[in-house]
Design a protein around this ligand. Structure first.
Ligand code: ZN
Ligand code: FE
Length: 259
């Protein structure tokens, strides 16, 4: 069983460390800078970094790759469709890889970038997902390269994963995402409760992740475009009646961009 630990980077990124306590081997996910990972390894000299997993090509996710690879010889896994520094293993949809003796499935989730991938560990008891900048706690990534239709389909695929799936995303955006979720659904009690909890956690300097798919289904507006209240709010904001879940999603994404 792996342990998963967050290393804060920049102002609001997390570099996830996958840790195998048995072998003392570890992997870093989206190391946008090498410093936090190097300091962790310096503090844990009996551990070895063997793998680097990349979700997409943005600098805050790949900036530390070359340095870590040069120092530790770690193998770099990343999306086939994107230019990733030092990439050794080019991954496409449906591919399965073994990292730290665990199987991970690659899910292509275009939208934030056109080649973005997520990594899913299908463990009946405790499945988990590395979602990068696609699915955030209570939100989703901005559309930099892909279309709203692509992002909608990508999120639909992730939403189909088991409700117990723990979701490890790459940024601490939870509170601001929840403020938007509450503007969309002012009467959603689970959103209201989650805001109070997240405010307490942030005051205590505590990380708000991982989230899980059940909480996201209940509070993330971008997974809730089939809900009549969400569709009504998006329609009001767009100034026209939106009739499909995809058009509701698109209107929500545009609304959030200027929220
Ligand atoms: Zn990004
Ligand atoms: Fe990012």
């Amino acid at each position: 069983m792996l342990k998963i630990e967050a290393l804060p980077a920049f102002t609001d990124n997390y570099i996830w460390m996958l840790l195998d306590p048995q072998s003392r081997l570890c992997a870093a996910v989206d190391p946008g800078e090498s410093g936090p990972v190097q300091r962790w390894l310096d503090a844990h000299p009996d551990w070895r970094l063997t793998d680097i997993l990349i979700t997409h090509h943005h600098h805050d996710h790949v900036g530390g790759v070359q340095q870590l690879k040069a120092t530790h010889g770690a193998k770099v896994h990343g999306p086939a469709a994107e230019n990733i520094p030092g990439k050794d293993n080019a991954l496409a949809d449906g591919q399965r890889i073994r990292v730290l003796d665990q199987e991970l499935e690659v899910i292509e989730v275009p939208g934030h970038t056109s080649g973005h991938i997520a990594y899913f560990h299908d463990n009946a008891k405790e499945p988990w997902l590395l979602s990068g900048d696609t699915l955030f706690a209570a939100g989703c990534g901005r559309l930099f390269e892909g279309t709203a239709a692509q992002m909608f389909n990508s999120l639909q695929r992730l939403a189909a994963l088991p409700a117990s799936t723990r979701v490890y995303c790459a940024h601490e955006y939870t509170l601001s995402n929840l403020r938007f979720a509450q503007a969309v659904e002012p009467d959603n009690q689970e959103i209201a409760g989650r805001i109070e909890q997240v405010i307490r956690w942030r005051e205590a300097k505590r990380i708000t992740l991982p989230t899980d798919m059940r909480i996201e289904q209940a509070t993330n507006p971008f997974l809730r475009s089939t809900e009549p209240t969400v569709a009504a709010a998006a329609s009001r904001h767009a100034g026209r009646q939106l009739t499909t879940p995809e058009s509701v999603f698109t209107a929500l994404r545009t609304w959030k961009d200027s929220f």
